[in-house]
Unconditional design. Structure first.
Length: 364
């Protein structure tokens, strides 16, 4: 009887408060050793020094809709540089009265990307929606039909140009990279050699070199009177550069697939294309999702390098704003705004890749 009462009391005993709840979490994660406790205290000290000062600069003493002179007098962050120059930073030299057109084009692009991020919508109608959307976006930017005034591509700038180069560049680079990876694994010596030479050559030079060659060197080899749009040349350079890196990542995924998978596919009588499409590639591409997204995020940020060939992307329009004497000295605020836009794009790709991994590994 005594033993049973003691066992009941033991079951009712609660764990010490230092091992559960907030205190338990702090002890387990931040103060679980002398070294970690020291790092935690040092980090808290720096946050105590930095965060209040930043909050005061960024919010309390900041200016949101004033002139540059008023910002200098206030002493805090001058977010007015963004508010007063927002349309130029976002749309650049696109005609002011027609800036609703790239805005609508970007909204269409975001809607299509949102639909494409959900695997339930991966149907034939989504492909048709992309075709219609691409036509509508091209019409909105270029004009010339349905009463829309024609806008030369040299005036395409700001965020629409950045999205154009990144979204369509990465979309085209991915299938090209997969094809190059398959070509490098090919048993045909000619195809394998061509893919190896291409991949190693492209990976051996920086993107700036390709952009420079596409803008300066390539036109020298064209027949007289023939020109190719500067944006198109930059787009092709970004596609070729990104595809070479994707090819190596996909090749690593192909090598990770066991020989038994190939033999099982061949025993079922599948030909090469059926084997790759139905058996090998689905497994290989699932394995390499994290490094592939890393390359895509890096390529998204590398689109800012087009400034060296005279294209006014989002970064260049911001730099042009900072060259205005009225707004000189407020580069921190402008670059924080641009950094938030790039962060939103990179974080969206990273979040989607994690969600896609979970869905694929659950078999949904």
């Amino acid at each position: 009887m005594v033993d049973s009462s003691q066992s009941i009391q033991a079951e009712q005993l609660k764990p010490p408060i230092t091992r559960i709840g907030v205190i338990g979490w702090l002890r387990a994660n931040l103060f679980n050793s002398v070294f970690n406790s020291f790092l935690t205290i040092v980090t808290l000290y720096f946050l105590w020094k930095i965060v209040p000062a930043f909050v005061r600069w960024a919010f309390i003493d900041s200016s949101w809709n004033t002139t540059g002179a008023a910002c200098r007098a206030a002493g805090g962050a001058c977010w007015s540089i963004v508010a007063k120059n927002f349309r130029f930073i976002i749309f650049g030299f696109f005609p002011y009265e027609s800036q609703w057109r790239p805005l609508v084009a970007m909204i269409l692009l975001f809607i299509l990307l949102l639909l494409s991020s959900n695997r339930r919508f991966w149907r034939k109608w989504l492909g048709y929606a992309w075709l219609i959307g691409l036509f509508a976006m091209g019409l909105l930017l270029k004009g010339g039909l349905f009463g829309l005034s024609s806008v030369d591509s040299t005036k395409w700038s700001g965020l629409p140009l950045t999205l154009l180069l990144s979204v369509f560049g990465l979309t085209a680079a991915y299938p090209l990279g997969v094809a190059l990876a398959l070509g490098r694994q090919s048993r045909m010596p000619a195809i394998k050699s061509l893919c190896v030479v291409y991949i190693e050559t492209i990976r051996g030079v920086p993107l700036i070199s390709l952009l420079f060659m596409s803008s300066v060197m390539f036109p020298l080899f064209l027949p007289e009177g023939i020109t190719i749009n500067n944006i198109l040349r930059a787009q092709v350079a970004i596609i070729l550069f990104t595809a070479a890196y994707i090819a190596e990542v996909v090749r690593g995924g192909l090598q990770a697939i066991g020989r038994g998978q190939y033999e099982a596919a061949e025993s079922m009588g599948l030909n090469y294309y059926q084997k790759m499409r139905l058996i090998i590639l689905p497994q290989a591409l699932k394995i390499v999702i994290p490094p592939t997204v890393g390359i895509l995020i890096s390529a998204f940020k590398d689109t800012s390098l087009v400034v060296i060939i005279g294209l006014y992307d989002l970064l260049k329009t911001t730099q042009s704003t900072l060259s205005d004497p009225r707004w000189m000295g407020f580069s921190i605020e402008a670059y924080i705004f641009i950094a938030l836009i790039y962060f939103a794009g990179c974080f969206s790709m990273s979040s989607y890749s994690r969600r896609l991994e979970r869905e694929l590994y659950r078999g949904n």
